[in-house]
Design a binder for this molecule. Structure first.
Ligand code: NIG
Ligand code: FE
Length: 410
């Protein structure tokens, strides 16, 4: 067993389903707390200096009076890819837009070339390095999307890497198939035929091999229309996959409305979402997965988090780590931006990167909060409360990380 003692403040949302509206900002706060862990599971939580009964051979970890929270969950990344794209920055500074770079064969398509040419094992090793970085930053669970292979062979290669990370690495890793991330060069000018290929050839193999829990689509001007997105997501649903959509990142094409109508688990980005889009998310019980670093990096507005919370939409916050629109794995910085730019409270922001993020990737039953019966994923911070984490910027404040009951970062 493992006993974490001398926790100055244990702060956590509670429950197994996402928290929306005024419930997003409700956190349980235990002062002078201790958490007892048996194997991978939390078995007791005490407060006010009390210590749970524990067997003699229990290992102890002194939290030094610091803040402990659930291990954070990054619900949106694209972290299996080859190369980087720093050469795009001078183009952007000269005025080229994200979509112009993509349309000229760069952007995502540049990363597709680099990802196709990397051997599977090298791709795995590189991604593992990114997971090491996430753990050091206090993130204990991550979602990863494919979408830099696009052809059958290379999408399956990416998905195998993601599944192998889940099996072999300390973190929980959830796989999302994002074949509809861009139209690949071999289908240039034939987007509908590529959608057919995704629906008839790739998705059935992904489902048969149980290689992804979710299917996502980049619904955007010049990429995939709402109609094309609908075809892909309906096919995915019929094959048993959960649904996600990159909606309203640059233009509002009806992606949020589609998410609400199809009962998607999440709609992601939502930078340009309209009132009607927010209503559709609320009606469809779709979690809004917001990506504030991407707004910063693309020099775009910040999503309307307060309006979403006001309309009873559950909000999760994630990094969007990828080589184009957001080369940062720092979920702590996302929390700074959620506080300052989304105007979320520290409590709402914590729920957004723990319970709501876990629910956004189908893991709310098992993790996302510190409660008896849940998996023992906790991060201990060099902070006395979420207010300090929201306020300090640019330093890594994660100190000790416990994943599945084991101390993985000391
Ligand atoms: O979420 N929008 C699509 N996908 C990523 C960017 C991918 C890339 O530029 O490589 C995003 O922003
Ligand atoms: Fe993304």
């Amino acid at each position: 067993m493992l006993l974490i003692r001398n926790i100055g403040l244990l702060q956590t949302p509670t429950g197994h389903t996402s928290r929306r509206g005024s419930r997003q900002g409700e956190n349980r706060k235990y002062r002078n707390a201790a958490v007892l862990i048996d194997g991978e599971t939390i078995v007791a939580i005490t407060e006010d200096g009390a210590i749970p009964d524990f067997p003699a051979d229990t290992e102890t970890l002194d939290a030094g009076g610091r803040l402990a929270t659930p291990g954070w969950v990054d619900a949106h990344t694209h972290l299996v890819f080859g190369g980087w794209r720093q050469h795009e920055i001078p183009l952007k500074l000269k005025g080229a837009s994200y979509l112009e770079i993509l349309q000229s064969g760069g952007g995502i398509l540049d990363t597709v070339r680099k990802t196709r040419s990397i051997r599977e094992n090298d791709l795995f090793e590189r991604a593992r390095g990114f997971l090491d970085e996430q753990l050091r930053l206090g993130v204990t669970t991550t979602e990863i999307k494919s979408g830099y292979g696009l052809d059958l062979e290379n999408e399956l290669k990416q998905l195998r890497v993601i599944n192998r990370l889940n099996r072999e690495y300390a973190m929980d890793v959830v796989a999302t198939y994002l074949g509809a991330h861009a139209v690949p060069p071999e289908f240039a000018g034939r987007a509908d035929e590529y959608v057919d290929f995704v629906c008839k050839i790739v998705l059935p193999q992904v489902a048969r091999g149980n290689l992804a829990q979710f299917c996502d689509v980049f619904c955007e001007t010049g990429v995939f229309s709402a109609e094309q997105s609908r075809r892909i997501l309906e096919t995915a649903r019929s094959l048993g996959l959960g649904l996600k959509i990159h909606a309203d990142e640059i233009d509002a094409l009806g992606g949020s409305e589609l998410a609400g109508e199809l009962g998607a688990v999440t709609a992601e980005h939502l930078i340009a979402t309209t009132d009607a889009g927010i209503d559709a998310l609320s009606k469809g019980n779709v979690t809004a997965c917001l990506l504030p670093q991407t707004s910063l990096y693309l020099n775009k507005p910040f999503a309307r988090a307060r309006d979403m919370i006001g309309k009873d939409v559950a909000v999760a916050v994630a990094t969007d780590f990828n080589p184009g629109s957001c080369p940062s794995l720092n979920l702590q910085f996302c929390v700074n931006l959620a506080y300052l730019k989304y105007r979320m409270t520290p409590e709402e922001a914590l729920t957004a990167v723990t319970l709501n993020a876990a629910c956004a990737i189908g893991l709310g039953e098992k993790l996302g909060s510190v409660e008896v019966g849940k998996q023992a994923d906790l991060t201990i911070w060099d902070a006395d409360g979420m207010e300090l984490l929201c306020y300090r910027m640019g330093s890594n404040l994660a100190r000790t990380v416990v994943k599945k009951g084991k101390v993985v970062v000391k």
